[in-house]
Write a protein that binds this ligand. Sequence first.
Ligand code: 0A1
Ligand code: ZN
Length: 881
Amino acid sequence: MRSDTGQVFKLEDYRPSDFRIPATELTFDLAPERTLVTAELTIERQPGVAAKTPLVLDGDGLTLVSLAIDGEAAGAASFRATPDSLTLRSLPAARSFRLTIVTEIAPAENAALMGLYLSNSVYCTQCEAEGFRRITYFLDRPDVLSVYTVRIEADLKTAPLLLSNGNPGETGELNGGRHFAVWHDPFPKPSYLFALVAGDLATVSDSFETMEGRKVALGIHVEHGKQDRTTYAMDALKRSMKWDEERFGRAYDLDVFNIVAVSDFNMGAMENKGLNIFNDKYVLADPETATDTDFANIEAIIAHEYFHNWTGNRITCRDWFQLCLKEGLTVYRDQEFTADQRSRAVERIGDVRTLKGHQFPEDQGPLAHPVRPRRYREINNFYTATVYEKGAEVVRMIQALLGPDLFRAGMDLYFERHDGEAATVEEFVKVFEDAAGRDLSQFFLWYQQAGTPNVTAKARYDEGARVLAIDIEQSIPPTPGESRKKVMHIPLAFGLVGPDGSDMDWKAVDGASVENGVIHLRKRKHALRFSGVSERPRLSLNRGFSAPVTLSVEENRADRIFLARHDGDLFCRWQALNTLMVEVLIAAANLCRDGRPPDFPADLVALCGDIAADESLEPAFRALALTLPAEADIAREMGSNIDPDAILAARTLLAEAIGSAHAQAFAALYGALDSKAPFTPDSGSAGRRALRNIILDYLAVSSGEASLAARQYADASNMTDRAAALTVLATRHGESTDKAEAFADFERRYRTDALVLDKWFQIQAAAPGPAAVETVRALGEHPAFSLTNPNRLRALVGTFSTANQTGFHRADGEGYRFFAEIVLQVEKKNPQVAARLATALRSWRSLEPGRKALAREVLLRMSSAENLSADLRDIVDRTLA
Ligand code: 0A1
Ligand code: ZN
């Protein structure tokens, strides 16, 4: 484990490397406890760099076996090797020379899952961000691009499959039951994209012909017996390849494309050149074991990693401050892919829910940072919702500012100008300025300023003059280290909704520039005047969520109900309803806290019934509309003095009110949506299942009857319906025998299927209430629980701390104490995963005083633990700051 050195890396300190490594030849002699890695590096001094300049290579926990310069063993006085670096002071005078470095590593001992490790006896690697330095000494930074040739030697029996980046070369057998394979990747790449896999896996093969006529052999490699679960992933891969050709003109560039699924993985997946390595959760699916959400995630993540081939690999990042250059852009691309494959409106609402659920709290708390951070202590902690999701929103805004054609022209220029380079965010934005002839300097603040802008709007209609006046103001709250903010360029898409629900025309506008249905805010305040507006319109603002801001429009309830029923922009229709729900839930939570019964407005309850019954709306949209804001969403909107128990009480009462008001209609709809057709994972069918399952929840909460969910559980022909029924039993019928029986049955059925058993842990961890801590503690003792498998750990402890507000934030602090114990145990082995878990406490200052004090206590306890890892130290310190 790397303990904290306190070192802070700063963007302004960036310097190009004094040396290049144009070619890297690696030989791996694989064995679980002792793997020898021989690295033959061609090193080149950059022009103008003095011959006496030392070469300092990065390492992390390495043991050097030998070192040679131009084939000659290096004298002990000519270098200094520590586990964390290799420094060579006397180098050959020639500009270019060869270094041969032999290191020894132990994959079986690698519990951090960074570098080379074993997952279920399969050797695999994870090198982003700084894992390559755990394999050999190297210039482990993304702007050092090298052409790799890799030779892998391993036991033929236990590791018949040998994979690395690029195209396959020579293979053969060796003495002692060993064999070898050589791989060559002609595309220069940074070390973080290096990958190796060796093991006994089953291969599913297919092929794809690119628009350039290149035939690509596709392989998905999974545990034996799981081959049938790769159909959807393979299909998603081929659709992604086609889509990138059609939408961005980008074709694949190697002869092979391999995907490997492993069961121990810190994140979702990794885009290593030509050899993507995946958390198996995001590859394996069939109707019996995966939910519709799993299918959708697989499609999105397969696409995301594939799209990185151009945005990330062919054009990579100059340094880790530029992470959003590849991540925000690639998330934008995968969101667009999904929108094209499924329903655009539903995808957008889902993406905005994710953004608000994950990024807004980050931006509004102690861990806030700009999309392009200026400093970090531990880069692993910057794979955040801000870099990914807000990063994608910024790219989306560029497309909104320029329109689709100029945006595409900018992207074409980006690929043309920077292919093969390690680029910066400035260079990315410049291609759009050049392609469109625009000045995006004020817009650039989106990359530089942290915090979610607040936008307030107030409209007045002057009937006599037929003028609609709108006052709009922006403000950006202070964030850590940034107290004064500059005024941003905010593109607000809008519509003026007329009495019949359609958009109204207007003749002229002043007070701000308005183009193609977008108001461009560039000043702190704008007083807009639309003239020639024939009747009083309702203002539909931030259509499609054109800017990632918190918007408050001063309007009456009737207008909001009208927009929730009629806005032509489906995103805004959903948003209007959601805002109405949040408002009544906040009021209800305040009453519940005082022990007073809340009352819910009849118009809102009626609206929910109408939406459920509205056949003109697609089922997936109806399901989203009927999903009440999550407890965490309500808490975020309340802002301070949060009491999770009151929020849960209010939310349950609103669900009961809606469910009982429409009991008959909902029961009929539930029956009508029952499909006897065989399961297909398409989005239409998934939408119908989603609607039926949300209706089941309303029926359960309003009737108090467990039998319906128990029946659905027993009769389910697919995991979506089975898991939904189990969730309803856990959240709505916590005390019933039906619940106990269903959980026992689920465990019996799926005990040998790790991904499905994760759901069993997860659903129980999410079940609200004060007993949750004891339940989760007991599950932590279950023989199938493991602190070292990230999926299992996240299923139990991650779910408890992020999706169980009443359990985690239990008033006596027991939830926090349990959590801290686990985090401190995990961090000894896997600091990256521990640090990520620990972010669950980031909103502690918003809690009511009692819980706030208890949360602080536990953060301080973590902070004072001995020898904290750099990863956890960074999160805990920033959370407390
Ligand atoms: N680049 C990957 C995500 C990833 C990041 C870091 C990792 O280890 C620290 C692993 C994967 C992606 O965006 O999919
Ligand atoms: Zn990515």
